[in-house]
Structure formats: structure tokens, C-alpha cells
Design a binder for this molecule. Structure first.
Ligand code: NAD
Length: 490
């Protein structure tokens, strides 16, 4: 494991790292080792005021007049800069979050692709005309919504920042992005890279800070026009309340308790390792973790033993080692929470087939854990554990599989494993979730809409639909007749 470098980071406001008016600096440690990592400034109210003013000034200034093609060029330039700095960014991400370096590399590459995708979408920003008749000419404009507050969680810091920033900048908005206070480092570097490639000062501002104080203040700020939030359903609901009174535009990407559904006719050689991947990627700290595996009862025992054997073989350890498949959790406190769920599962009658005990040592490690004999009503099957814990639930037939899959307050993604194509498509229509995969564990790519049904939120990320959330359509009506309009006939 590399030696930690304790760099100090300010807040990124107006195109540069600045001292916080709050005066607050926080020490960050590596979750996998407990070693010191960095000291970062935490934004207070005055800092948020400063960042919102910088964003508003940038919108009123040159950025507001920047042609779409130039915005596209700048987004490509930022994608190039992230790619050029991918080694530094992925190592920083790994050390800050504890995630496996192979995953961090993939997420940095995804950040690059998101900037490239949204660079291409500027070509679609266009108004239209409609023949309203008579002497009237109608046309529409699509204007940037304005200053956007974007709030992201700790599980995919650079990828989430890229998901948020890329459509906002493509649309011509300016941004105040609040990373989670525990994982701000790659987002701050992204801010620096934005300046280096020529994105004007104030267009991108990065202000780490606590959620219920700094985050809530940002969401409520009168200078903010739109709020885009990714995080837990509980916090999302708070954010929605704060944004509702001033009627701010809002989109929410929230939690999940997503199912993998394995039918008896599935190719288990594929379904088993893919379902293992779908829960233990990022140590289960993924909104789209398939944390409920629903299995046809006729293959249940075979599936559970193959799944547990595969999960038990995952390489867990030093996140910077290239062969590592699962790193640490985000913190010791989170590990306690995850273990609390496992204990609750035991009390509810679930059987721990593999894992289930926290590893010792300074790192926040928790082993891949399989809970079998789970019923969908149990807390472990209903609540988002957000750790490497899977619940395996039997079903009798297709109807019951659909019922169990939909028996959740969440509806983010689902995966169906079957050799019957008609059944795959039937399930895709019957399941209430934003994405359904058929015989593939993957859920998100630049260009396809990602987001939730039910309490998994509303709005979509990473797609053309996202761009619309950052654009305000304006209708323009023009009188083109030779005589003046005289509707009252006076
Ligand atoms: P969290 O809600 O505690 O925090 C997320 C972010 O919101 C952080 O930046 C936090 O500081 C901020 N925040 C918290 N309370 C706030 C408030 N009252 N006002 C403003 N900001 C506030 O979530 P977390 O535990 O850090 O992240 C994990 C959650 O995020 C999981 O539920 C996961 O499913 C969800 N998530 C969803 C997606 C998605 O695309 N649907 C993606 C990643 C994570």
C-alpha cells in the first residue's frame, strides 16, 4: 500500500482553491488502513453564498454567451484531461473510498465517457416552430435552467460528479456541487482540471460540507434555480421538502433494494458469477446493488451453494492491489451498521451461509456475506443495507417472482436470468423499476437513462432525458400581420 500524502485542499470557488470563510479544516483518513490521507476545507454558509454568487456571475458573464459548440469543445477537453490524469484520479479515489483500484479505474473511465456523451448532446439543444395559424409565428427556445445545486454521495465520488456536471454544463448552466464531506478529493481535482482546460471561473464550484447544515443551506439558497440530488431516500425526502416551498426544479436519485431474478431455465454458469458481481461490486455500496436474489425453488439449493462458493472466493483486501476484487467499506461506523443488519437477519431466521463477521484490524473490511432462507418481509430484504450482504429468496413461479420483485418501496433496477426470451420481455414490462437487464448484470451506460421508480426517486441521469432537466423551454409568439392586433375590436 502506498504511503499517504497529506495534501491540504481548499474549497473550489470561482475557478480556484480558496480558504474557507468557515475556517473549518477536516482530516481525512484512508478507510482501508486508517492512515492519514488529506486535510480538506468544509464549507459553511458564507462559503455557499460565495459559491452561488460565483455561479450566478459566471452565468451572467461569458459562460451565458458561450456558443453550444464551444461548450461541447470544453467538455471534450475536460474528458481528455480526466483521461490524462486517470492514474492519479483512480488512486486518489481508491485511497479516499477504500474501493478496489480496478473499479476506481473503470469509474474514472466512465466519468470520461459521460463528458464525451454530453459533449455530443449539445447538437440536440434546439427549439421548434409550430404553425399556430393566422398571423402568428411561434417558435421556442431552450434556455439553461440557471444555477444548479448538485449534491452527491460518497460511494462513487468522481463518477457521480461527472454524471451531474456533464449534462448541466452541456445545457449551459453553472454549478455548485457539494460532495460528501468524507470523499471530496477527486471532485476537487475535477474542479481544478475544469479551470486548466479553460472552463471559465465560477462555472464549476465544488464545496464539500455536511449534509443537514451546508447541504440544506445550499438547497434552500434563493440564488439556486435547480437541485439535483443523489443519496439516501431519507435525505432526498428532506431535500424535496426544502426545495418545495420556493418551487425549485428538482431531481432525485435515491436508494434501492434491487432484485436479480433467477429462473430454473437460466444458464447458472452465467447467472451465478454475474449475480455475485451485481451485489459485491464496490463492496455492495451501490445504489443499484442487486441485494435481493430471487431464485426458483427448484434450483434454490444448487444456486445458493454455487453462489456462496463464488462469493467466498472473491479477493478481498488491499484496494490498491490490482488483483483485489473487493476493498474496504467507507468507514468503521458504516461497517457496524452493515453488521447490525446481518445480526438482525440472524434474529429474523435467515441463515448465514458465508461471511457474517467483520474482519479485524484497522481497515473497515467486511466479508462477502450470503443470507439464505430469507423471506421478503424480513428487514434485511426490505431495507437498503448498502454493504456486501445478499439476501437469497425462493419463489414458486413467475407470478410470485414478479410479486416479490415489486414488493419493495424501491424501484431502481432489476436483472432477469432466463433462456426464455418471451419471459424476459414479460418481466421487463411487469417490474416497476427504472432499468431491467435481461441476462446481463450491467445497468448504466452513457446514453441510457438511469433512475428510479417509487422511492428510488425521479428524473433520469446519463441520457438525453437528463439534458431536458437542465433546460427551460420558452415559447415566443410573434405577430406578423400587416395590421395591429385589436382583440377587443376597439
Ligand atoms: P446521504 O443521503 O446520507 O448523503 C448523500 C449526500 O447528501 C451527501 O453529500 C450528504 O452530505 C448530503 N445530504 C445529507 N442530508 C442532506 C440534507 N438534509 N440536505 C442536503 N444534503 C444532504 O446518502 P449516503 O449514505 O451518503 O449515500 C448512499 C445513498 O445514496 C444510498 O441510499 C444509495 O442508494 C444512494 N445512491 C443513489 C444513486 C442513484 O443514482 N440512485 C447513486 C449512488 C448512491
Amino acid at each position: 500500500m502506498s504511503v499517504a500524502t497529506e495534501r491540504e485542499y481548499g474549497l473550489f470557488i470561482g475557478g480556484e482553491l480558496v480558504e474557507p470563510a468557515s475556517g473549518e479544516m477536516r482530516a481525512l483518513t484512508e478507510p482501508a488502513t486508517g492512515a492519514p490521507l488529506a486535510r480538506t476545507a468544509m464549507a459553511g454558509k458564507e462559503d455557499i453564498d460565495r459559491a452561488v454568487t460565483a455561479a450566478a456571475d459566471a452565468l451572467a458573464g461569458p459562460w451565458g454567451k458561450t456558443p453550444a459548440t464551444e461548450r461541447s469543445r470544453l467538455l471534450h477537453a475536460l474528458a481528455d484531461a480526466i483521461h490524462a490524469n486517470r492514474k492519479e484520479l483512480s488512486e486518489l479515489e481508491t485511497r479516499n473510498v477504500g474501493k478496489a483500484i480496478s473499479h476506481a479505474k473503470g469509474e474514472v473511465a466512465t466519468a470520461v465517457e459521460n463528458f464525451r456523451f454530453f459533449a455530443s448532446t449539445v447538437a440536440t439543444i434546439a427549439g421548434r416552430s409550430h404553425p399556430v395559424g393566422g398571423s402568428l409565428l411561434f417558435y421556442s427556445l431552450k434556455e439553461p435552467v440557471g444555477v444548479c445545486a448538485q449534491i452527491v454521495p460518497w460511494n462513487y465520488p468522481i463518477m457521480m460528479a461527472a454524471w451531474k456536471l456533464s449534462p448541466a454544463l452541456a445545457a449551459g448552466c453553472t454549478v455548485v456541487l457539494k460532495p460528501d464531506p468524507a470523499t471530496p478529493l477527486t471532485a476537487l481535482r475535477l474542479g481544478e482540471l475544469a479551470t486548466e482546460v479553460g472552463i471559465p471561473p465560477g462555472v464549476v464550484n465544488i464545496v464539500p460540507g455536511d449534509g443537514p447544515t451546508t447541504g440544506a443551506y445550499l438547497v434552500s439558497h434563493p440564488g439556486v434555480d435547480k437541485v439535483s440530488f443523489t443519496g439516501s431516500t431519507k435525505s432526498g425526502s428532506e431535500v424535496m421538502k426544502l426545495a418545495s416551498e420556493p418551487v425549485k426544479r428538482i431531481s432525485l436519485e435515491l436508494g434501492g433494494k434491487s432484485p436479480s431474478i433467477v429462473f430454473a431455465d437460466a444458464n447458472l454458469d452465467d447467472a451465478v458469477p454475474s449475480s455475485v458481481y451485481a451485489i459485491y461490486y464496490s463492496a455492495g455500496q451501490s445504489c443499484d446493488a442487486r441485494s435481493r436474489v430471487l431464485v426458483d425453488e427448484s434450483v434454490y439449493d444448487d444456486f445458493v451453494s454455487r453462489f456462496a462458493e463464488t462469493a467466498g472466493r472473491l479477493t478481498v483486501g488491499d484496494p490498491l492491489a490490482p488483483e483485489t476484487q473487493m476493498g474496504s467499506l467507507i468507514s468503521q461506523a458504516h461497517r457496524e451498521k452493515v453488521h447490525g443488519f446481518v445480526e438482525q437477519g440472524r434474529e429474523e431466521g435467515a441463515e448465514v451461509v458465508v461471511g457474517g463477521e467483520p474482519a479485524g484490524g484497522d481497515g473497515a473490511f467486511y466479508p462477502p456475506t450470503v443470507l439464505a432462507k430469507v423471506e421478503n418481509r424480513m428487514v434485511v430484504a426490505q431495507e437498503e443495507i448498502f454493504g456486501p450482504v445478499v439476501t437469497v429468496i425462493p419463489f414458486a413461479d413467475e407470478k410470485e417472482a414478479i410479486r416479490i420483485a415489486n414488493d419493495s418501496k424501491y424501484g431502481l433496477v432489476a436483472t432477469v436470468w432466463t433462456r426464455d426470451p418471451a419471459r424476459g420481455h414479460r418481466l421487463a414490462r411487469a417490474i416497476k423499476s427504472g432499468t431491467v437487464g435481461i441476462n446481463t448484470p450491467y445497468t448504466a451506460f452513457p446514453g441510457i437513462p438511469f433512475g428510479g421508480y417509487k422511492q428510488s426517486g425521479f428524473g433520469r441521469e446519463t441520457a438525453l432525458e437528463t439534458l431536458d432537466m437542465y433546460l427551460e423551454p420558452k415559447g415566443v409568439l410573434v405577430h406578423t400581420g400587416a395590421k395591429p392586433v385589436n382583440p377587443l375590436g376597439l
